[in-house]
Design a protein around this ligand. Structure first.
Ligand code: XMP
Length: 321
């Protein structure tokens, strides 16, 4: 019968058998799939696993710490953190086009991960790469497995020939809800287990306009408030995703205290969905929207207007870029 403990035991045995005494590498994104996959592999082979976390500087408030501190504490994995924010931000400097942003982030991600993988490989006999592929991903891609390409959450191409790994994909038979159950059974922190889907390019595609450190800080502050209030109101699990979008090149006039302001709008984009293929805007209670709006305009000085996106998908997409 399906219990988390059965699945964990089976997977741990299978991973041990497959990996033997070889070394394993895994890229962590902050998302639940890679976190659970790595935790399973760690349970099976301990410090033969090295996790790599590329911090591209485009994550939300607290997410890098969640990986670097909470996850490591909960699992005991050996983690190599690459702080690559400067590199990603320079590469993105002045770029406005959404697809261009994605291309740049995908390219830089591969370069940085590749470099880290080379360093890990130089220290040991690395033969395997862990990926958090789920059953729906397997079905969607036609079912094949094979040698390495890091594609999952960054939609990017393969590793060079001298960095070929065999894939370990312990979640290949599982659905998302089952992965979450496993994550909890493995002792992962709740915010990680229940994290909403978040795009690989991160906040870069939620800033409409060029990405900069200042703009990221503004968006992070607004996004954190929206997430806090959603959680406090108990709606985390009813909402599929809740992008907060900064219209960085738009300004509007406002008034605060005695003063005129000329600040930026943010857009709230809470959506309900089963699979992200279609979505509807979430009918959150007005009180929740009101609290988010009041807090953002009070606490984020650069933002003087909060608007709600009431477009379904189609015709809108979930993200604004
Ligand atoms: P859209 O905006 O197309 O998004 O309705 C559908 C789902 O995909 C996510 N998304 C991405 N995920 N890299 C990703 O890993 C991307 O470039 C990307 N763009 C969109 C989006 O968050 C939603 O879950």
């Amino acid at each position: 019968s399906w219990t988390p403990d059965n699945i964990i035991d089976d997977q741990v045995a299978a991973i041990r058998e497959r990996v033997g005494d070889k070394e394993v590498i895994c890229g962590l994104s902050g998302g639940v799939d890679s976190a659970v996959a790595a935790a399973l592999v760690h349970k099976a082979v301990g410090d033969q696993l090295t996790c790599v976390f590329v911090d591209h500087g485009l994550l939300r408030a607290g997410e890098a710490e969640q990986v670097e501190q909470d996850y490591v504490e909960a699992t005991g994995v050996k983690l190599r953190v690459v702080d690559a924010a400067d590199r990603f931000l320079s590469a993105l400097d002045g770029v406005i086009d959404p697809e261009q942003k994605r291309k740049i982030i995908g390219r830089e991600f591969i370069r940085v991960f590749e470099q880290a993988a080379r360093e890990v490989a130089a220290e040991g006999d690395v033969e395997f790469l862990v990926q958090g592929t789920l059953y729906p991903d397997v079905v969607e891609s036609g079912g094949g497995t094979g040698t390495a390409n890091i594609k999952s959450h960054h939609n990017v191409g393969g590793l060079p020939d001298d960095l070929k790994f065999s894939l370990v994909e312990p979640l290949r038979t599982l659905f998302k809800d089952e992965v979450r159950t496993l994550g909890t059974a493995l002792g992962l922190p709740d915010p990680m287990v229940w994290r909403h889907p978040f795009p690989g390019p991160g906040l870069a595609i939620r800033i409409i306009g060029a990405v900069s450190r200042d703009r990221l800080d503004i968006l992070r502050a607004a996004d954190q408030i929206a997430r806090e209030e959603l959680t406090a109101a108990g709606f985390d699990r009813d909402v599929w995703q809740f992008p907060v979008v900064l219209l960085a090149d738009v300004r509007s006039v406002g008034v605060q205290g005695d003063g005129r302001t000329y600040g930026h709008p943010v857009v709230l984009r809470p959506v309900s969905s089963e699979d992200a293929m279609t979505a509807d805007w979430s009918r959150l209670p007005y009180e929740v929207i009101a609290r988010i709006s009041t807090r953002i305009t009070n606490e984020v000085p650069e933002v003087n207007r909060v608007v709600l996106d009431v477009t379904s998908k189609p015709p809108g997409t979930i993200e604004w870029e």
